[in-house]
Design a protein around this ligand. Structure first.
Ligand code: URA
Ligand code: ZN
Length: 393
């Protein structure tokens, strides 16, 4: 641990698993989402993961790196990752009826606790540590009792530090009044909400050319997150639950780029103008952002936008506040940003030692203009240790 201690720990806040129980369930299904086998030209078969109805290219190949813990630990070792906060990958339980979702959520939360808590026993030479984001049965017609019971279950599992949530909430999005008791319970429990996309935007936008998964992943995913969190802000959830801690996937999608436009649209809209306590830009300083953006300029920009949020504490007092980002503002913003890999997604197409997707995100952090060594160490790990209460890890 000495080397890790001197450079600071590397903590991966955006890393997924399809737990074995979930994979078995997907294998048993004939409707999407499902896992199926097909023959390959080289002979033999491969398993494929199909998680969306209109998914391009017949889904994706699914190897054991999607579900085997030992491969997660090897991946961490190879890339110098000390701690991973592992979350179930999409589409979670979205497609299930309420009773089935509740039962599977509870089983998968217990499975994830075991996955995390017993990892040190398996690789005793490794000091890698695993923590997790649990699942709530976030589906239409679920009862509040069921949701709150699952929040309690997760809170009692020592390695689970939050929940992962998609953009649909209980089927009507994150501005649904029915979610109020859930926000209240999550805030009270101090569980971090990791907001992650799955559906993208209307697939018709992608045209009919074969572009693989590029358009839904590069654009659809971040736009979905942008819309979901914007609706959350507009509904006043962040005013009512100021201590709710929410981590946005993919550096908040397009929200940082669009936040001044959002603020202006709100200011000029008679329906919304006086609804929120603060200028829309204020709320970006209440959120957390992963650093899964693959470029230094993008990370620097996101930190500028987060770091200016406190200039917008009161609705209407913002005139001139957006003028000029300084390095101090950028450094301040970095404290809400955290390294992530999106493993096991984005594997290299050719055999390589380290994954390009990981190296790009590490290099991006290293190259941000204005971030000090301390800021970079914070983004690599210190900020996550603070957010998840792992300072003694
Ligand atoms: N593709 C997915 O379906 N999910 C991810 O998290 C990343 C890529
Ligand atoms: Zn992801």
């Amino acid at each position: 641990m000495a080397a890790a201690a001197s450079r600071g720990l590397l903590v991966d806040v955006h890393t997924h698993v399809y737990l074995p129980r979930y994979v078995s369930f997907l294998r048993s299904r004939t409707a999407v989402p499902r896992v199926f086998s097909r023959s390959i030209p080289e002979g033999g078969t491969e398993e494929r993961l199909l998680i969306l109805d209109a998914e391009p290219s017949g889904g994706r190949p699914m190897g054991p790196q999607y579900y085997e813990r030992d491969l997660k630990l090897k991946f961490m070792e190879k890339h110098g990752i000390d701690i991973s906060i592992v979350s179930s990958a999409n589409p979670w339980l979205d497609f299930l009826p309420a009773t089935a979702a509740h039962q599977l959520a509870n089983e998968l939360n217990d499975d994830l606790e075991t996955y995390c808590s017993t990892s040190a026993n398996v690789r005793s030479s490794s000091l890698k540590q695993l923590y997790g984001f649990g699942l709530l049965p976030l589906v239409p017609e679920v009862t509040t009792t069921s949701l709150l019971e699952t929040v309690r279950q997760i809170s009692a599992l020592p390695h689970l530090k939050g929940i992962i949530m998609g953009s649909r909430g209980l089927g009507k999005g994150l501005d649904d009044d029915a979610l109020e008791p859930v926000w209240a319970a999550l805030e009270k429990a101090g569980l971090v909400v990791f907001l992650h996309p799955h559906y993208g935007v209307d697939g018709k936008e992608w045209g009919d050319k074969e572009n693989g998964h590029v358009l839904p992943l590069a654009l659809g995913f971040p736009f979905e997150t942008t819309i979901a969190v914007t609706r959350l802000i507009l509904s006043g959830v962040l005013d009512r639950y100021p201590n709710l801690r929410m981590l946005l996937a993919h550096s908040g999608g397009a929200l940082p780029q669009l936040s001044s436009r959002l603020a202006s649209c709100i200011d000029h809209d008679p329906v919304v103008a006086s609804r929120l306590k603060h200028d829309a830009r204020f709320y970006l300083g209440k959120l957390y952002f992963d650093a899964v953006a693959y470029g230094s300029e993008e990370l620097g920009f996101v930190s500028d936008v987060i770091g200016r949020a406190d200039k917008f504490t009161q609705n209407g007092s913002s005139a001139g506040a957006s003028a000029g980002a300084g390095v101090e503002q950028r450094r301040l913003g970095s404290r809400r940003m955290m390294f992530g890999t999106d493993h096991p997604f984005f594997p290299p197409l050719k055999e390589t030692d380290k994954w390009k997707s990981v190296l790009e995100n590490l290099e991006a952090i290293e190259g941000v203009y204005g971030w000090s060594e301390e800021d970079k160490a914070g983004v690599r790990g210190g900020n996550a240790l603070a957010l998840f209460g792992l300072q003694n890890a």
